[in-house]
Design a protein around this ligand. Structure first.
Ligand code: F6R
Length: 634
């Protein structure tokens, strides 16, 4: 997490840095900071100014407005705290003892403790609790020995010092470094954390993610793992981890929509919930156009060989994306007949199951930057390559909302969910997009494997085609119902979400949404599991929200709800209206759709209820405490 930006060119750096950081604030908002070096044009040529503020970027912007940050060279940072509390002294940039070198970092320096001890033994005094602060001190040490060899201070010297320091650091990180003695040189480096160079006219803007570059340029050079670059107004020198000069052509940013307009909504999250019918419509028009054959019911960008010979699927993901993966696994197993397992990416990395042949590994990540998911996919690809047997070869697919992300550069096949920029930290529309991706895969595998009749495939296809219209009505209706219900949660401490079968992951998602934006403790359970312990939590103060959609487990879910009611729990149903669902104290009504497609509907009241509860409590819905949109640390 954290977002870094760095700029060098012929314009004042501070406004560019603040503009870039604004686009990266989704990566963390515990503190922000920037450092600039005054250019030749300034009276204070070579003076480094560093400004930092606790809390959101607006605090830093207010500080910068008072003046001081001058020059065409600068670096900036927005922080999600890992090492050290979210206080000003832990805010980036961090500097060496002489305050000549400033560094911003995104990631974690795993061996910082031993490096810190080494530096402290040499007399260095640390000002922060961060892992990052070792970097400027190490660079200062390297520069000192380089300065003994030559008295002329050059960008090449800074580059060389950073290259040497990079070899001493372990972990996953991206850094940007400036030195007050070289106001026309910027050095950036990355190792397993994203960093892109944007090429302008005689100027460069580097950033952790594309939105920060979109207003600056569409010509980008994504840095590869282990690379270090020296940027000057004259150009880029790019080196690999071995110090060998690299030549690569820049690419053009794809036409993704980076417009982050709140329209007339109070929060981005509400706007994004309301965008879901449009996203469904776009997906249907792109991937389920009329006229496709029953053998190829979905227009996906893969040829036959992609589906051939796959005997099992494993899905790696985190958080909300993992919940989408669980719905996906249900569809792939129950509809398409392929054994499918879902893993927390963070667990898979260190405890992967034994290799099985002919396995498709799917990584699901809306941001395409989640460190655990990327590392788990890489680890899986590596161990399969090392195995050597062609049956065990790596076959990977990435499902993402960011086709230009690190995931897309790492994985050979990508499904773009096309949900448009999601600003709210709590994922909503990207979850729906991920679900649609899995419906498409389930249809394709069922057709290829002939595990479903033509009629069943056609039925599901037609049901999916009808979803956008039904969602339009549903979102509108539930926005109002949830707003009315929200005040009843004013003093609630705990909520239980129940679901079964294909809607069990939606219960998990409902609980996650409520926790992360309203800070109310919530648990999602498979409804049948309640009686094995969690039922002890129930009393009249604990609402139970139960998803009951007609289908294989409908009666079972209703019985489980009755069990909760018998313990005086307040029962809220997410279910179609009818005699069976009268048992609920309140009902969030859904249309009578088939159980297969029901998650596309049952998730809507979950999202809206969480949103309205948090908004009613006056919380920062779009940027909840302690969270970040893109989790780029392990
Ligand atoms: C919750 C949420 C997170 C993410 C998780 C994975 O609303 O957004 O749980 O789902 O951090 O993120 P991605 O999908 O970017 O890999």
């Amino acid at each position: 997490m954290c977002g870094i930006v760095a700029v060098i060119g012929s314009r004042e750096a501070a406004p560019l840095l603040l503009g870039g950081l604004k686009q990266l604030e989704y990566r963390g908002y515990d503190s922000a900071g920037l450092a600039t070096v005054a250019s030749r044009e300034n009276a204070d040529f070579g003076l480094m100014t560093c400004q930092r503020a606790k809390g959101k970027l607006a605090n830093l912007a207010a500080l910068v407005e008072k003046g001081g940050a001058e020059g065409f060279l600068g670096i900036g940072h927005t922080r999600w705290a890992t090492h050290g509390k979210p206080e000003e002294r832990n805010a980036h940039p961090h500097r060496d003892t002489a305050s000549e070198i400033a560094v911003v970092q995104n990631g974690i320096i795993e061996n910082y403790r031993s490096l810190k001890e080494e530096l402290e033994a040499e007399g260095v005094v640390f000002n922060s609790e961060t892992d990052t602060e070792v970097i400027p001190h190490l660079i200062a040490r390297e520069l000192k020995s380089l300065e003994l060899e030559s008295s002329v201070k050059t960008g090449a010297m800074l580059l060389s010092a950073v290259q040497k320091v990079s070899l001493q650091l372990t972990g996953a990180y991206a850094i940007a470094v400036i030195w007050s003695k070289t106001p026309e040189a910027l050095v950036v480096a990355r190792k397993q954390a994203p960093l892109l160079i944007g090429l302008g006219e005689g100027e460069f803007l580097c950033a952790s993610d594309t939105p920060a570059l979109a207003g600056f340029t569409r010509t980008i050079l994504p840095m590869e793992d282990g690379e270090v670059a020296l940027l000057t107004p004259l150009g880029i020198e790019l080196y690999d981890a071995q110090g060998i000069r690299q030549q690569r052509s820049p690419t053009l940013l794809s036409g993704s929509d980076y417009v982050t307009d709140k329209r007339n909504f109070r929060h981005y999250m509400l706007k994004e919930i309301h965008e879901q019918p449009e996203i469904a419509e776009l997906w249907v028009s792109r991937h389920l156009p009329e006229g496709l054959s029953v053998d190829t019911p979905v227009a996906f960008p893969f040829d036959n060989s992609f589906y051939q010979g796959i005997e099992r699927v494993q899905i790696l993901a985190c958080g909300t994306s993992r919940h989408a993966a669980l719905v996906g696994a249900y569809l792939l197993e129950q509809f398409s007949g392929i054994p499918t397992s879902v893993f927390y990416a963070s667990e898979f990395r260190y405890a992967a199951p034994p290799l099985m042949p002919n396995t498709l590994t799917i990584g699901v990540t809306q941001s395409g930057e989640t460190a655990d998911t990327l590392a788990a996919l890489l680890m899986e690809a590596t161990r399969r390559t090392e195995h050597g047997d062609p049956a065990f070869a790596s076959r990977q697919l990435g499902v993402t909302n960011r086709p230009e992300s690190s995931l897309a550069r790492q994985v050979p096949n990508i499904l773009d969910i096309g949900a448009g920029m999601e600003v709210g930290v709590a994922a909503t529309k990207t979850f729906l997009g991920q679900l649609f991706a899995f419906y498409g895969l389930a249809l394709m595998f069922a057709a290829r494997r002939k595990s479903r009749s033509q009629e069943e495939i056609l039925n599901l296809t037609n049901e999916l085609r009808a979803v956008p219209g039904q969602l339009r009505l549903l979102v509108k209706k539930h926005d109002q119902i949830s707003e009315e219900l929200a005040p009843h949660f004013a003093n609630i401490q705990d909520v239980i979400f129940l679901g079964r079968g294909i809607n069990y992951p939606i219960a998990l998602e409902g609980a996650l949404k409520l926790k992360e934006i309203s800070y109310i403790h919530a648990e999602g359970y498979p409804a049948g599991e309640m009686k094995h312990g969690p039922i002890a939590l129930l009393d009249p103060s604990v609402p139970v929200i139960s998803i009951a959609m007609p289908g294989v487990v409908f009666d079972k879910v209703l019985s489980n709800a009755q069990e909760a009611k018998a313990r005086d729990a307040q029962l809220i149903g997410i279910a179609p209206e009818g005699p069976d669902t009268k048992i609920f104290d309140s009902l969030l009504p859904l249309p009578k759709v088939s159980e297969w497609i029901s998650p596309l509907f049952s998730v809507i009241p979950m999202q809206l209820l969480s949103y309205h509860i948090a908004a009613h409590r006056g919380l920062d819905v779009d940027q909840p405490r302690n969270l970040a949109k893109s989790v780029t640390v392990e």
